[in-house]
Write a protein that binds this ligand. Structure first.
Ligand code: ADP
Ligand code: ZN
Length: 631
């Protein structure tokens, strides 16, 4: 059933990592907590059970824009859903409640503040509520950045219902503190907790240090015409400045920050979402609850205050899973600006001096890690994942450093010695002891274990320790070595170790070139901004699978305009008719897929990812006609 619904309503053939487990858990009646990065597909994890369970699913969601968007998307997919929040007039609200009372909706989005409202409670108690799904569940935690006190009252609401529904919660925040808070404060009962990896493979990461930032950003936009993206600035003033210049330079840009009137903010946000102004220039006030799936780039005009913020903001790119780019334009001034923010932070007024000093220290520490990101020669993705406590594989092949700073080296000798050391010491020691031994360290432990007597002691004294670690980790990934998963992390040989110990195998790996990228050096490298500004251009990076490459391929002999552009125009036309954002009609990914499949019949069209029965009924023929025209 769940498989069928996935295809019928959402047009997808396969579940993504984690989705099926969560859905099964929920369907079996268990509470659930899903922790997945932005764009991983959390919504489907509660939407599909909502369709299968009989009764109503209430989705608690913090933002009006988010609800509107989700409900719009569900209605487009042929699913009856509604939202109840303060954007409705009281007449509209009554009407919606009335329809809901007649059982018209299987999914109802509701603002947390509404839950304990008498009218709503009466309604909820008179219906069968099969599940309460809490979206953006980290809002319940005071540790997070988006604390919403009304989230704390969700359990009280659940307690008032005649029988306890399944409670599911979803968030993209990974830290253990927040995770524990969600379980405790939402009173989840023996929940199935599922966290997927935080890597977003479709995102390219880059750092640039251009001499003139504005010119670099402008060049980037010129190289990516028609694409939608966000440019984050550190201050409101910078937003006004950059947005103004872009508009004068002829770009369809708009802006967003907390200093604007509500009215303008709302209008600008809509212009962005509906692709009327595909480029949004904003402070970090913009983005939470922005579900736009076709954001192709997130540029940072200045370095944010920490990696958490950076990854969250950058993560708004490429939610559709298609290639997208995240580029940070760094300038030395950014550190100073951020330091000032920390010194003058007024968010912690209620704290005593001691706690405030602690918070400041923590913030300074985070800023330092963020600054290192701008200067590291290592894989940028790996740097971020390590920051969140995940192990990447040192080389991702899709970040600026991997593409420009890495070299392939022969590490056979290092591998032989590391393995030799493990073998001759009886596979008894952890990674640190093994590395210290070959490096020839003279620590108490080494002497205590007599590793200074080991034949390989000091045999790699010239190789820096961090390199030895990288090689060891690489060997582990290639299964030439194994490391026990307990706290001791003992290094063991594997079935493959022989190949190296026998000298039969050459081991090659990629690592970052040895050289410190100083700010001056980086600036020099980025001279002549027009070209260097585009994180990609010269670096020989993999061609993006997305539309630029495809577009030219599919430009048939006759049509000057590539198919993708034609489909995009048709999508815009339909979006206007339906008054929904274009990406809700079909995502960029779906259009790209259509360009590849070039379906001729309904059956073929239904194989395209993102085309379900219902949407086919509405727009399928029009897209088929466009594709036929192109042949
Ligand atoms: P999240 O809430 O986790 O940030 P969404 O639920 O908005 O992510 O999903 C992101 C995008 O991925 C949406 O466009 C959604 O339709 C798409 N998606 C979700 N599940 C699948 C799937 N199984 N196959 C293909 N695309 C999917
Ligand atoms: Zn990388």
């Amino acid at each position: 059933m769940k498989q069928e619904y996935l295809k019928k309503y959402f047009g997808y053939d396969r579940f993504r990592e984690g989705q099926e487990t969560l859905i099964d858990g929920i369907l079996s009646g268990r509470d659930a907590l899903g922790i997945m990065p932005t764009g991983a597909g959390k919504s489907i994890c509660y939407q599909i059970p909502a369709l299968i369970l009989d009764g109503i699913t209430l989705v608690v969601s913090p933002l009006i824009s988010l609800m509107k968007d989700q409900v719009g998307a569900l209605n487009q997919a042929g699913i009856h859903a509604a939202y109840l929040n303060s954007s409705l007039s009281s007449a509209q609200y009554r009407k919606a409640l009335e329809l809901a009372g007649q059982g018209r909706y299987s999914i109802i989005y509701v603002a947390p503040e509404r839950l304990l409202n008498e009218e709503f409670l009466t309604f909820a108690c008179s219906m069968k509520i099969s599940m309460v799904a809490v979206d953006e569940a980290h809002c319940v935690s005071q540790w997070g950045q988006d604390f919403r006190p009304s989230y704390l009252r969700i359990p009280e609401f659940i307690g008032r219902l005649p029988s306890r529904p399944v409670v599911s919660a979803f968030t993209a925040t990974a830290t253990a503190q927040v995770r524990d808070d969600i379980i405790d404060l939402l009173k989840l009962q023996d929940p199935l907790v599922l966290a997927t990896g935080f890597d977003r493979k479709n995102l390219y990461f880059g750092v640039e240090t251009p001499r003139e930032r504005y010119a670099a950003v402008k060049a980037y936009l010129m190289n990516h015409p028609g694409e939608s993206g966000i440019i984050y600035c550190l201050t409101r003033k910078m937003v006004d400045d950059v947005c103004g210049r872009l508009i004068r330079d002829g770009f369809a840009a708009t802006r967003y920050h907390a200093g604007l009137e509500d009215e303008e903010r709302r209008k600008n946000q809509d212009d962005f979402i509906y692709d009327r102004s595909p480029v949004m220039v904003a402070t970090n006030a913009f983005g939470m609850g922005i579900d736009k799936s076709n954001v192709r780039f997130v540029l940072h005009y200045g370095m944010p205050k920490n990696i958490e913020s950076y990854y969250q903001e950058a993560g708004r790119a490429g939610r559709d899973g298609e290639p997208a780019e995240c580029i940070l334009y760094y300038s030395g001034q950014d550190v100073i600006t951020n330091q000032l923010f920390i010194e003058n932070n007024r968010d912690n007024q209620e704290l005593d001096d001691f706690s405030r000093a602690l918070v400041q220290e923590r913030d300074r520490e985070r800023l330092k890690k963020m600054t290192f990101y701008c200067f590291t020669n290592e894989c940028l993705r790996d740097y971020i994942l390590r920051y969140f406590g995940e192990y990447g594989d040192n080389y991702c092949g899709n970040c600026r450093n991997c593409l420009t700073q890495f070299e392939t080296v022969d590490v056979t000798e290092i591998a032989e010695k590391l393995l030799g050391c493990v073998r001759t010491s009886g596979q008894r020691y952890g990674t640190t002891v093994v590395i210290d031994t070959v490096h020839g360290a003279s620590t108490a432990k080494i002497r205590q274990y007599r590793m200074d007597q080991n034949p390989f002691y000091g045999s790699l004294s010239k190789t820096p320790v961090y390199r030895l670690r990288q090689v060891l980790q690489y060997l582990q990934m290639q299964e030439y070595l194994a490391v026990t998963a307990d706290e001791y992390a003992i290094v063991k040989l594997t079935a493959r170790s022989r190949e190296i110990l026998d000298g039969a195998q050459t081991v090659m790996m990629k690592w970052a070139k040895e050289q410190v990228r100083k700010p001056e050096a980086a600036e020099g490298a980025a001279k002549g901004e027009s070209g260097a500004a585009d994180g990609g251009g010269k670096t020989g990076r993999k061609k993006r699978r997305g539309k630029p490459a495809l577009a030219s391929e599919s430009a048939g002999a006759g049509g000057a305009e590539p198919l993708f552009e034609k489909l995009r125009a048709l999508r815009m036309e339909i979006a206007k008719e339906e008054k929904v954002p274009p990406y809700i009609v079909f995502s960029d990914k779906t259009l790209t897929h259509m360009c590849i499949v070039k379906p001729e019949t309904k059956e073929e069209m239904l194989t395209v990812s993102g085309v379900g029965e219902y949407k086919f009924g509405k727009y399928g023929e029009r897209f088929l006609a466009k594709i036929r025209e192109d042949k």
